[in-house]
Design a protein around this ligand. Structure first.
Ligand code: AMP
Ligand code: GLY
Length: 423
């Protein structure tokens, strides 16, 4: 089969490395891919959001199966466009991708169908939002309705901070039209768990749970990033909680989407908070999470291509999805300064990685056959081992074999998970 993966980050590299293991995969193209992905796929210089060019490429190369990984092309209807051109594709259509593309849509969906989530109010103009904030409890959470590169959420400790966030989103248009409407949400506390799942709209199979590390610095300090590392499984996510989530959240969500005429097919990501009242949904993503995918897919024992095709064809219930009874830890190496401004074009050198380790490249390009940094998050180093402690040790041993100027990584990925495991 000729396969095409739309996207070009660490998540896409993890998907591609996994798809390559399938005996059915003959050629894999990445659009646009990156300098590291180029060792595992043929990269074509086409932006993921240039839907027309993506479809033209698929037609020209007679692609048999496409995987659309990032949120933007999914929200823009990339899967719809590919299907119209007669190309089978993994990922939700535009109507189903709304579950991530509009926070207001997803909050209203959860309210209508009784799916546990934080209490909230929706505002379409800043005056009413600012008025509401005068009496709301703090901390309070302000969310832009639309996609905002993962930056559209502000946890405000004071009413002044909250008002500032409302003004910057609604009046100064910090996130463009994404902030035309906002959600003001109750602040919840508890451990966070990411659960990615495969669903064909009828059957839902959760993948192994994971834990993201969003802050830039050790001890969960510093700015929010796209994710500085992850571990899987997440020790907070016990079997009992998993059962509850299936009954109270996962299945009700796919049923709700079906009832709304928005059957969801693809990877549905549940960002959960385990509160004292039980698990609640913090966010849905309509796609594989990053860096979570970099710890989840290395644990997948089944053939990813088979599973993806089963999702697309609506026969997931007949397909085995098996994960190894092991642990994975991914440490992200970033350019110094990220998520603020950082240098690009630094030469990357890499020693020989251990056999239980995979490197997923996110932000590097090939220049004169040298791999050079080209993004904030440069690469993820994932180690798989029998225990979480071993996976963490192994990931860090291998991280030390990679060098580039001003490299920055957290030294405590998995630390909280280890502590939770020991409780
Ligand atoms: P999101 O972009 O929706 O994933 O939000 C980013 C992060 O903000 C989440 O991972 C949580 O840590 C935090 N967050 C979002 N909503 C809430 C909430 N209602 N209460 C507490 N923390 C939240
Ligand atoms: N790691 C969170 C996300 O992919 O949005």
């Amino acid at each position: 089969m000729k396969i095409m993966v739309v996207g070009g980050g660490g998540r896409e590299h993890a998907i591609i490395k996994n798809l390559r293991k399938s005996p059915k995969a003959e050629v894999i193209y990445a659009l646009p891919g990156n300098g590291g992905i180029a060792s595992d796929a043929e990269c074509a210089d086409i932006r993921a959001t240039d839907i027309e060019a993506v479809v033209d490429f698929a037609r020209a190369k007679a692609i048999d199966y496409a995987v659309v990984a990032p949120d933007d092309p999914l929200a823009m209807g990339c899967v719809d466009a590919l299907n119209e051109a007669g190309i089978r594709a993994f990922g939700p259509d535009k109507k189903a991708a709304e579950i991530e593309a509009s926070k207001i849509f997803s909050k209203n969906l959860m309210k209508k169908y009784g799916i546990p989530t934080a209490g909230y109010e929706v505002f379409g103009e800043s005056g009413a939002a600012l008025e509401y904030l005068k009496t709301s409890p703090v901390p309070v959470v302000i969310k832009a309705d639309g996609l905002a590169l993962g930056k559209g959420v502000v946890i405000a400790e004071t009413r002044e901070e909250a008002a500032e966030a409302v003004r910057s989103m609604m009046e100064e248009k910090k996130f463009g039209d994404s902030g035309n409407r906002i959600v003001i949400e109750e602040f919840l506390t508890g451990p966070e768990v990411s659960v990615l799942s495969f669903t064909d709209g009828k059957t839902l199979v959760p993948m192994v749970s994971s834990m993201d590390h969003k802050r830039a610095l050790d001890g969960d300090r510093g700015l929010n990033t796209g994710g500085m590392g992850a571990v899987a499984p997440n020790p907070y996510y016990t079997e009992e909680i998993a059962e509850r989530c299936m009954k109270e959240i996962f299945l009700p969500t796919i049923e709700a989407m079906k009832a709304e005429g928005r059957v969801f097919k693809g990877c549905l990501y549940f960002g959960l908070m385990l509160t004292e009242e039980g698990p609640k949904v913090i966010e849905y993503n309509c796609r594989f999470g990053d860096p979570e995918t970099q710890v989840v897919l290395p644990l997948l024992e089944s053939d990813l291509l088979e599973v993806m095709e089963a999702v697309t064809d609506g026969r997931l219930s007949e397909t085995e999805v098996k994960f190894a009874d092991k642990c994975a830890c991914c440490v992200v190496l970033a350019s110094g300064g990220y998520p603020g401004s950082y240098e690009k074009g630094c030469e990357i050198t890499m020693g020989q990685m251990d056999s239980n380790v995979e490197v997923f490249v996110a932000g590097a390009s090939l220049q004169d056959e040298m791999l050079k940094t080209s993004g904030g998050r440069v690469m993820g180093v994932t180690a798989v081992a029998d225990t979480l402690a071993e996976a963490i040790d192994s990931a860090y041993r291998n991280v030390k074999k990679i060098e580039f100027e001003k490299v920055h990584y957290r030294t405590d990925i998995g630390k909280r998970a280890l502590e939770a495991e020991r409780k």
